[in-house]
Design a protein around this ligand. Structure first.
Ligand code: SF4
Ligand SMILES: [Zn+2]
Length: 363
């Protein structure tokens, strides 16, 4: 673990101020769920997403200030949530989704806790077990996906999870963000090294002989203090690295500006812009030819003021092209728009603090 603070200790202060502005809400009000088409290991299917309120990400609460792009801590109740309450909330949200659309055909359950599901301080072991037992009753659920920082990936915990859902894929999704230690530690403030990440991968790989356990990584497209061209290069290199160390699938998360983050502070000062959608397309083109594992580009926030943006004429067309490419795992179709030359100029000339995207997007 690396606890060195980047950016002159700005992050804890920004986080402290942001948390002061948060209205505390009871845990059940912070829960959420939805479902939608998704790509599963077996092909196209449906995913049910359930957000559970936990005390909050331990990394963000530990005085580090958390990661420079993440505001999940502001959506956490910041108080203990009992196992019984967590299980009740899970049941309620799960039932809500089943009532909307019954579970038939390949389904994945993705549990988001705005932190680490495998950290027993965030999700007590009793709650984890009860939730998995409920899920195990549904034969069509093929995959169960949870998120965790690598330091909570322990052999015993993974075994316990896999044994509760013996016929399902159990996937641990980790926010690697970048394969580059300098970017991950000093621009994202992620607090773990490539070596730490590889240790967790070694545990997962070892367990694969006996269990159906998989690893997924999230890669952040364009952290703060990163130019457009560096963001593209880093995204491509990181995917190659992830495949090389045995990751089973990749989800790119192009930056969107969350409230109360360092990213927002820099964005407000005109020193940061989320990536162009063209960059997302470029990454997918290059990565599809380079790696064989499934790769998804998350399109949340595309075309919004705080998210990846091209121009009003092409935002939604390119977003649709990426969604199609996600489901079919194909290279996004060729597309032209007059804004593309501005992106090309940005890739060629932008430096790390300012970019021509500011001019285009602020008008
Ligand atoms: S990105 Fe993950 S590890 Fe970082 S602060 Fe947010 S929830 Fe915590
Ligand atoms: Zn355009």
């Amino acid at each position: 673990m690396n606890t060195k603070q980047p950016l002159d200790n700005l992050l804890p202060e920004i986080r402290r101020k942001a948390l002061k502005r948060v209205d505390n809400r009871p845990p059940h009000e912070l829960a959420a769920s939805w479902s939608g088409d998704d790509l599963m290991y077996s092909g196209p299917g449906r995913s049910i997403f359930i957000v559970l309120p936990t005390p909050g990400c331990a990394w963000a609460l530990a005085g580090s200030g958390g990661c420079s792009m993440c505001s999940y801590i502001a959506d956490s109740p910041l108080e203990e949530v009992s196992s019984d309450a967590l299980v009740d909330i899970f049941k309620r949200e799960f039932q809500r989704q089943i009532q909307k659309c019954e579970i038939t055909g390949p389904t994945a359950i993705k549990i988001f806790v705005s932190g680490s599901f495998l950290n027993e301080e965030e999700i007590p072991v009793e709650a984890r077990r009860a939730i998995f037992k409920i899920i195990n009753e549904y034969d069509d659920v093929e995959e169960v996906v949870v998120e965790s920082r690598p330091e909570y990936v322990h052999e015993e915990v993974l075994k316990d999870c896999c044994q509760l859902i013996p016929n399902k894929i159990f996937e641990v999704a980790m926010g690697l963000e970048s394969a580059n230690d300098d970017i991950r530690l000093h621009r994202i403030n992620k607090g773990f090294t490539t070596e730490d990440f590889q240790k967790s991968m070694n545990i997962i790989k070892k367990l694969k002989t006996d269990f159906n356990v998989r690893a997924k990584v999230y890669l952040l497209v364009k952290p703060v203090l990163t130019s457009e061209s560096e963001a593209i290069e880093d995204a491509v290199i990181s995917a190659e690295y992830a495949e090389g160390v045995g990751v089973d699938r990749i989800a790119y998360c192009p930056s969107t500006i969350h409230k109360g983050t360092l990213m927002e502070v820099l964005w407000r000062r005109g020193s940061y812009q989320p990536p162009w959608i063209w960059s997302a397309i470029e990454i997918m083109r290059r990565v599809r030819n380079l790696v064989k594992i499934p790769v998804i580009m998350d399109t949340a926030g595309f075309g919004t003021r705080r998210g990846p943006f091209n121009c009003k004429k092409c935002n939604s067309k390119l977003k649709d092209a990426i969604i199609k490419s996600n489901i079919k795992q194909t290279i996004p179709e060729e597309f032209e728009c007059e804004c593309k030359v501005k992106w090309e100029a940005d890739v060629e000339f932008s430096d790390v603090t300012r970019s021509t995207t500011n001019i285009l997007k602020n008008h």
